[in-house]
Write a protein that binds this ligand. Structure first.
Ligand code: SAM
Length: 324
């Protein structure tokens, strides 16, 4: 399916719940855990995936909230993996319950797992997530790597004063030396509807290059990581990536749409426009997605200067509902 700017839309990020076991300071700010919207039945989620797949989304990523907080997550994965048009099923998790679910997810047809991990320092982990369980996440990572998924990636949001100093970045990069995984550093986006201080914690991609001057760019055709710019470290089996939605807009190559945990289609992460898909039959979901994709904005309004973003009235939304 193509939008009105000739971009091919083939990637759906589907949020399966607004509930989360973590309370990450930049995502929920503690506020939205209390007002999580009612979530969809597994059959409704599978119908949404069918409609999106029929419209042209061959890659589907399940997100949340925390997808592994749903007891029926393996059933949802199996239902989606069986859709003939779906060539890749992926899941993004905070890793807390990954060890418990690794076998079920693999046999249900999940090919790619992304683990969100912002630090390997237990105290900083507690400060960011509100939970004291770094060990369980690291065991989850270990188990996911051993299970043999097609790909395991680690996503790290850069946070000034918490994980953007040379030591913290090198400690994280060490994971890409120990495991054959892509570790991607992501710039913080000003999106949480809470009192979290974006200006205080935003750190741009240059922190990564200062900490790891030895990074060697991967050739374009080898990068294979979508919006991330990928790099190698000599002697490491894994790779380092940098995703910079704030300092480099990549709207021109955007290929994705999102569906929120309450069944609303969001053509652009950072535009407030949403269309309800709830209660529609698969054919109608497909038709509505095709129609709405025609209205996908050309680009988002996220400005590199956070103050400018404030002035332009950037909408305050929670990633917890949209799924990042
Ligand atoms: N619970 C799952 C997890 O932790 O991966 C899935 C949902 S979480 C909202 C998805 C991703 O969004 C996480 O990697 C998280 O770090 C990222 N995220 C949340 N808020 C963000 C923000 N303001 N800027 C950049 N990334 C953000």
């Amino acid at each position: 399916m193509q939008d009105s700017f000739s971009r091919r839309i083939s990637y759906l990020r589907l949020s399966v719940t607004g509930r989360c076991s973590f309370d990450c300071m930049y995502c929920t700010g503690g506020a939205s855990q209390k007002c999580v919207p009612a979530e969809l039945e597994s059959s409704e989620i599978i119908s949404l995936a069918r409609g999106a797949a029929a419209a042209g989304c061959s890659r589907i990523r399940l997100t949340g909230g925390e997808p592994l907080e749903r007891r029926d997550i393996a059933e949802i994965c199996r239902g989606i993996a069986e859709i003939p048009e779906v060539s890749e099923l992926a899941l993004t998790t905070n890793g807390l319950r990954l060890s418990e679910y690794v076998t079920d997810l693999k046999s249900a047809g999940v090919g790619c797992i992304n683990i969100s991990l912002d630090t390997v320092n237990p105290g900083v982990f507690r400060k960011i997530t509100g939970r004291d369980c770094l060990d369980r996440v690291l065991t989850g990572l270990d188990d996911a790597v051993s299970a043999g998924f097609r790909s395991v990636k680690i996503n790290t949001v850069l946070l000034h004063g918490l994980n953007d100093d040379g030591h913290s970045i090198r400690e994280l990069a060490e994971l890409a030396c120990r495991y054959s995984v892509d570790l991607r550093f992501i710039e913080l986006m000003p999106v949480a509807r809470n009192d979290f201080s974006y200006r205080k914690y935003f750190s741009d991609k240059s922190a990564v290059f200062r900490a790891l001057p030895e990074l060697m760019p991967c050739p374009e055709d080898d990068a294979g990581s979508g919006v991330a710019k990928m790099f190698r470290i000599s002697g490491a089996s894994g790779r380092i990536g940098v995703i910079s939605p704030v300092t480099d807009k990549f709207c021109r190559s955007c290929n994705r749409i999102r569906i929120t945990s309450d069944g609303k289609l969001r053509p652009c992460l950072l535009s407030p426009v949403e269309y309800s898909l709830r209660g529609l039959a698969v054919e109608d979901i497909e038709r509505k997605i095709r129609l709405c994709v025609e209205h996908k904005p050309q680009e988002h309004s996220l400005a590199p200067d956070p103050e400018q973003t404030e002035r332009h009235g950037q909408i305050r939304l929670t990633m917890q509902r949209i799924g990042g």
